[in-house]
Design a protein around this ligand. Sequence first.
Ligand code: ADP
Length: 994
Amino acid sequence: MWRKAGLGSRLLLAFLAIAGLPSLAGLLGWVELRDVAQTQSIIVERTIPAVAEVRAIAEESARIVSLAPELAEVSTQAGRQARAAYLMGQVAALRQRLSNFATLAPDTDAVTALRATVERISDDIVNLNRMAQRRLFLRSLFDGRLDEGIAAAEELVQLTNTLVANAHMGTTATISNLYEIDEQNAAREERFRTFDKLLEVDLFQLERMYELRSRSAGIGLLMNQLKTAKAATAISSINEEFHRHFAIVERRVGAILDPVRAAQAHALVEKLRHLKGGGPLNESVFELRQQAVETEDDIQRLQDHGRATSAQLGRKAQDLVDQSEAVARAAGLEAEQAVSSGLIRLMLVTLTALAVSGGILWFYVRGNVIRRLDRLAHSMVALAHGDHNISISVEGADEIARMEHSTEFFREEAIRKSKLEAERVQTERELRQHRNELQSLVEQRTVELQDEATAHAVARRKAEQADRAKSEFLAMMSHEIRTPMNGILGMLRILSETGMRDDQTRHVSTALASGESLLTILNDILDYSKLEHGHMEVECVDFDPRALTTQIADLFRPRATERNVRLIMDYPDDLPGALCGDPAKLRQILFNLVSNALKFTTDGEVVLRVRKLAQNSDEITVMFEVSDTGTGIPPDAQEKIFDAFVQVDASIARRYGGSGLGLAISKRFAEALSADLSVESTPGVGTVFSLRVKLDIGDITLIDPPFSGNTAFEQLAPLRVLVVEDNDVNQLVAHSYLARMGHDAVCVPDGFAALAAAQNSQYDVILMDINLPHLDGVEATRRIRRLSNKRFAEVPIIAMSAQVASEDIEDYLDAGMDCFLAKPVSPERLVAALTEAMSGAKRGVFLSPRFLSTSEPIQDSLPPAPDILRETLIHDRDVIGRSRTEEIVNLFADNCAENVGAIESALEAGEFDNAAAIAHRLKSSTANFRLDELSELLEKLESELRIGNTEQAHRLTENLKSESLCATRQILNLWSELNQPQSDEQPVAVAIPS
Ligand code: ADP
């Protein structure tokens, strides 16, 4: 059974044995101490009230005794009764306490003694009460009789006073008679008789009355002495004295002659006699006084007795208290002894229990638990160190036995695991070997791949370089070819106008058509390669959408007419007058689309339609559509036509020419504008190209009003205008505009020439440049204003300058100029300025729209772009005509080359001021073509030359050479491009570079 018990049960039993013994000892100790505590509590419970009762009894009895004299001292019977009743009540309460105490105190003798004492006190009070009653009685009797006696004595004294006075008067009268007898010389007898009477009657009577009075007074005095007499001897001597006085008073009263007074005196003597008493109950006042004194003594004795009894009671009570306290102390001592002996026993038992517990722990736990656990721990350590050959014996069926089982299981598992581990190590070794082989393979492959990647990168770089070189080559070639091509075309045009034979004319026009076709291709290639490799700037300027579409339609109208195709423009009424965006790109896209539509339509119509799709306060979405009734595009080709160099089929190139770049360029432009360019087409029916674009709503005030030459001319009568301008190009531009407007213009190059012209000839108006050689425009104006001939002096003068700072303008106007016109001059503003000047108005300022929003004119302007240039050229061509524009273009080109050469030579010669003046002049003509970048460069050069910075000036001149060449070429190319014939009819064979 013990062997079968688990470790838990065994430990529980051991625990019970260990914990049980001290618990048992504790229990025994507790029982013992509980008895002691009970006894103690009984003693305490009884002793404390008993002591309290005894103390109360002693205190109350002392109080009764202390109150007893009050009972003796009372002056009325009622007071006495009340006091006696109170004291008896106190005695009754005392008795009650005594009986209470009797229940608590087991000592009956003590109680009996106490009770006897209390009864004695009670008897004393009863006796005292009786004595007090008697004393009161005696006092009232004595006082009554004594007072009566004293009153009688006093009355008798007064009566005798009268009698003494009477006797005295009688004597006095007798003596007075003696004097009369003597005077009358009366007989001797008479005298002797009177003497006798005086001696026998009057003096004797007087003496007796005196004696009566003194005895009566003596009696009163005695009575008063009796009141306070206490000793029996004193009382008896007063008694004897009284009797002596009374006997004499009795006798002398008989001698009172006056009968009335004698009767009164007798009555008073009777009252005095009562003092002596009579009969058994009628004691004399002396006896009464004696009894009262005795009663007082009795009372005193009784009080003394009471006090003694009370003291006795106090002592007894104290004895009882002492007894009770002794009992309590003895009980406490007993309890203390019981507790300490209990503690000693408990300690002994605990120590025994501890010893027994230690024994159990030592013999059982060490033998049965620790030893086995030690063995188990050793086994585990051995197992942990890989020693699997140990033996593990299992004892019994307790928890340690289960651990021994588990350890044995673990040992077997470890043996199995070590076998597996050996296998795993083997496998891992093989795997590592494989991995190493694989890694070397991968490394080998990586090296190969890296080599390949490097080779690819090199190849790609080469390809990119080749691609870039190809594009650059294409751009360069197309650029280089275009210049001679323009020359060839120009020559061919001149040749065609020289009056040739028909066949020659045909050949020349074929050559012209082929050349123009080739030029288009070259232009496209150039544009595309620029798009491919250059950064595309998107500008945002205000433009008139109606004017833009109208221009396109107008541009193609002749070609449409030639081809017998209707070109319809469908423009809505709800579009704003001004939009903000990149009109050049829009124009080029629409240009391409309309050009294609006309190219692939032989019959029917081409519609250029504009529609508003959506609009809010700032933005508008516009759809531009170009639809035709032409050949259409097959569905598979529709996906590719926006790629570069793609045409639907080769025959198209042969029939219609083209490079397959127009739509690719358009698509790129559309992307740059964040617009969507798409196509829908049905072969044989027609094609619709749609451009959906989001644009800002523009400010109509920032758009130059469209130039309508006729209206402007109608406003002003033909004028004689003096143009003072040192720059040839600017002269030609102004002259051309003025001529186109119908005015007669004379140009002079400087201030002195202007002054001379102005005072020799009558001009309607002078256009005065500010920066002029020798004499500037401001000074020339001042001098003109000072001319003696008033007609010449008051001529309207319009200042022209690119310096548009307001303080500068103020200076010009203050010098006497009428209004200000900003350079570059546009025909629209020129008309406005002329109109203003001719109207007599003063101080008008006509700025170019791009200066309206900024006070920084050149620096903030947009970089030169072929589109701006194109726009300018188209505009000039529309206003002043093709030949004038061409003249300006050529003049600019020559002028540019010439001036750049002059700047270079002046710089070489160290003539910085001269070079600066030339740079300034050239800058002024670049503004006509809005070549802002070139203008800026010239301005920089001018300022560097002015401060004599040679190094910078040389560097900038080098830049200028290439930039001006580039700009000139650009202008010439654009111009020749704009002058292409509009017909594509002539088939052209062009080899497209692949
Ligand atoms: P290309 O200069 O050859 O006209 P584009 O890029 O402008 O090059 O046009 C590519 C091709 O798309 C054209 O060759 C033509 O086959 C087709 N295409 C373009 N527009 C039209 C159209 N309106 N009608 C029919 N085919 C068109």
